[in-house]
Design a protein around this ligand. Structure first.
Ligand code: FES
Ligand SMILES: [Fe+2]
Length: 358
């Protein structure tokens, strides 16, 4: 892509509306919202989003902007439990399903009907424990679009996995710099010579399968097949890392008995929220020292994230150079090409011809 693609405010504005305004964005894993009355709050390209699990266990995706005078009800980037959200400006109170449940000194306004006052709802869907939100409440459901990926992951028993560790951090780069990087293994020899290069060498051939404008799979061979204890993986599965991508910014890497999820979400034109977690079979956690296992998992992921982050923040400085130019891709980067194609489609599609299903 041309360097301007990473720095143009006009393009970023289009991405905010045409891409992040109507695509499924991975917000959290089920274990982040395990309790009734829990919530996770995230900024998606300048739009505050809160995902809640209400007292009955039902998920909701909501815009947490008070319907009185637009005070945000929660801070972006926070999570926790709450029985309701109270606006700190004039103390209106909302249920976790978005209904207004209290507003003081409003009775004497005859035009105000509290029953009709509620937070706008987004589309929300849980796919094998991954909680996605779409700001377009009329969006076509996500699950049918991931049918092939669900089939590929059968032996990994995603529904029986537990999140061992997780992270949420901000990187100083345009979201596409981070997403491109996630779509290729070629950089492993450069950025990850000691952490990933021994297991998934950057020089190996990557096979790409494009399922739809939304979903693609990358197959990356391991240097050595992995051993398994809890999952009935085939020889093929033991010999490959399976990378699954849900446009625009979600990915899942199935590496033997470990699954790493990642969601890359723009905050501003040059800042990207990086959320992710490590999942393992629930059985693998039984009887183990959970804190120690969590510490190890998070420090392993932290090391790899740091390598990518350092590199990508440097690339961001590069894309801002007046002498930067568009380059050629290698045959090891078919995933990057597929990402560009999905992005072009999403940007060029007008509001009228955005189809219900693809
Ligand atoms: S802005 Fe929320 S109660 Fe006034
Ligand atoms: Fe990397």
């Amino acid at each position: 892509m041309p360097p301007r693609a990473f720095t143009s405010p006009e393009l970023y504005e289009l991405e905010r509306t045409r891409v992040f305004g109507r695509s499924w964005v991975l917000i959290a894993h089920r274990d982040d919202l395990a309790e009734p009355n829990s919530y996770v709050s995230v900024d998606v390209a300048g739009e505050q989003v809160v995902v809640t699990r209400d007292a009955d266990g039902v998920l909701h995706g909501l815009s947490p902007i008070c319907r009185h005078r637009m005070m945000p009800l929660v801070e972006p980037g926070t999570a926790g439990t709450a029985e309701s959200f109270t606006c700190r400006y004039h103390l209106w109170r909302y249920g976790l399903d978005g209904r207004l449940i209290g507003a003081t000194h409003m009775r004497k306004n005859p035009d105000f009907d509290p029953a009709r006052c509620r937070l706008p709802a987004f589309a929300v869907e849980e796919w094998h424990g991954f909680v996605y939100v779409n700001l377009d409440a009329t969006a076509a459901p996500l699950t049918p679009q991931l049918a092939r990926i669900s089939a590929d992951l059968t032996n990994y028993r995603l529904d029986d996995m537990a999140q061992l560790g997780s992270w949420s951090e901000e990187w100083a780069c345009n979201w596409k710099v981070a997403v491109e990087n996630a779509h290729e293994n070629y950089h492993v020899m450069g950025f990850h010579p000691e952490t990933l290069q021994p297991s998934t060498p950057g020089g190996s051939d990557t096979d790409v399968r494009v399922d739809s404008p939304w979903a693609l799979r990358l197959l990356i061979p391991f240097a050595q097949p992995v051993e398994t204890y809890a999952l009935p993986l085939t020889a093929e599965e033991k010999a490959h890392m399976y990378g699954f991508f849900v446009f625009p910014g979600a990915s899942l890497a199935a590496a033997g008995e470990m699954i790493i999820w990642l969601s890359l979400i723009p905050q501003t034109i040059d800042r990207t929220l990086v959320r992710g977690g490590i999942l393992v079979p629930r059985a693998a956690l039984e009887g183990g020292d959970l804190d120690e296992m969590r510490r190890q998992a998070e420090s392993y992921a932290g090391m790899i994230n740091r390598e990518d982050r350092d590199g990508l923040e440097a690339v961001q400085r590069g894309v801002g150079s007046r002498f930067a130019g568009r380059g050629h891709l290698s045959p090891k980067e078919p995933g990057v090409v597929a990402f560009y194609q999905s992005l072009a489609r999403a940007l060029l599609r007008g509001d009228d011809d955005w189809p219900g299903g693809l």
